[in-house]
Design a protein around this ligand. Structure first.
Ligand code: FAD
Length: 304
């Protein structure tokens, strides 16, 4: 019960507009620096270099979501373009992850698509790949519609499917051939649209992973769950799935030893690295997921 209370509390706080705005001025606080790599492009490129040296590849996420005016969305687009240019200039091995609400999805769909196209054009020129993160359920259908539209012109773009949603299985079937990151799902969704029980989510998650792998599509298995990872390792071996058809992904700061050991076993291991001053909502979602995160958050209250 306490775990549920804490989860709901942090998910609600993550959406608080005033706190999100204030946190931009605070700098990284409450232990957030353990899961957010820094606030500047320079700092995140340095971290990427360090992780590359350990055999890990990365994807960079310039934090920010639910942008409500065009200036901010254009600023975020420019920042993402500069991040791709910095990846190219430094010669580091990293993709880019973006959220459509940061690029103006809640303001104007076409404006958001134009912003996304600018990012994809730079990615194409720098031979890179961009993944559209999946946000809450209210943005799911429109995100998939936009992805399909973008894929008419660009093949260097993919997205994320959340296993807690009832619709996920059909979405994975519809997206055969698209590079998908499969996750359990991070938002608070209603029982009308999403499994509420961890066991149901885990079962559906494994089913999606197996279906996408068997269809021959590139699959990113993004989880810190060692049991799921073990089952995937066994499944790919039994089904002769080549190692370049899938990768594991974990968030920056989580299960660092396991990240390195998976890479040492010869698996592609990608670290999702969030950075930037808009860290609050991301950090609160991580607190919601795991009581241990709350502990380091509380410790962080007393240190910068
Ligand atoms: P959980 O169900 O949280 O954990 C399962 C078990 O694993 C735990 O019981 C514990 O035994 C073990 N475990 C988990 N974490 C740890 C740890 N730190 N240390 C030790 N043991 C641990 N969600 C979205 O909705 N949209 C996205 O676009 C999105 N992108 C993501 C990208 C990446 C790279 C990752 C890793 C996650 C992303 N998520 C996204 C979040 C995801 O949906 C889950 O909320 C989050 O990953 C927690 O679920 P889990 O699969 O890691 O396992």
């Amino acid at each position: 019960m306490l775990a549920n209370f804490s989860k709901n509390f942090f998910l609600r706080v993550s959406r608080n507009i005033l706190l999100n705005k204030a946190a931009k001025k605070w700098g990284l606080r409450f232990g957030a620096s353990q899961v957010v790599a820094g606030v500047t492009i320079e700092s995140v490129i340095k971290k990427t270099q360090e992780l590359n040296e350990k055999g890990l590849v990365c994807t960079l996420d310039h934090l920010g979501e639910f942008v409500s005016n065009k200036e901010e969305a254009i600023e975020a687009t420019d920042y993402n373009v500069r991040t791709l240019e910095a990846i190219e200039a430094a010669g580091v091995n990293s993709h880019l992850s973006v959220k459509l609400t940061q690029l103006g999805l809640d303001i104007d769909r076409d404006f958001c698509i134009q912003n996304m196209k600018r990012i994809l054009e730079t990615a194409k020129q720098t031979n890179n790949f961009v993944r559209i993160d999946m946000e809450d359920y209210t943005h799911c259908q429109i995100t998939l519609d936009i992805l399909k539209e973008l894929r008419d012109t660009y093949d260097n773009v993919g997205t994320v499917i959340q296993a807690y949603l009832f619709r996920a299985n059909q979405d994975v079937l519809d997206l055969e051939g698209v590079r998908l990151r499969l996750v359990k799902g991070a938002y608070h969704e209603s029982p009308e649209v999403a499994y509420q029980n961890k066991k149901d989510v885990d079962n559906n998650y494994l089913k999606l992973i197996k279906n996408h792998l068997l269809s021959g599509s590139h699959t990113a298995i993004a989880t810190h769950d060692h049991e799921i990872i073990e089952k995937v390792k066994q499944f790919v071996q039994e089904n002769n799935i080549p190692k370049d058809q899938f990768e594991f992904q974990m968030l920056y700061g989580f299960r660092k030893d396991m990240q390195v050991s998976l890479a040492q076993e010869g698996y592609m291991m990608r670290v999702y690295i969030p950075f930037g001053d808009d860290w609050f909502a991301y950090f609160m979602r991580r607190m919601a997921e795991r009581p241990q995160n709350v502990l380091f958050g509380i410790k962080g209250l007393f240190s910068k």
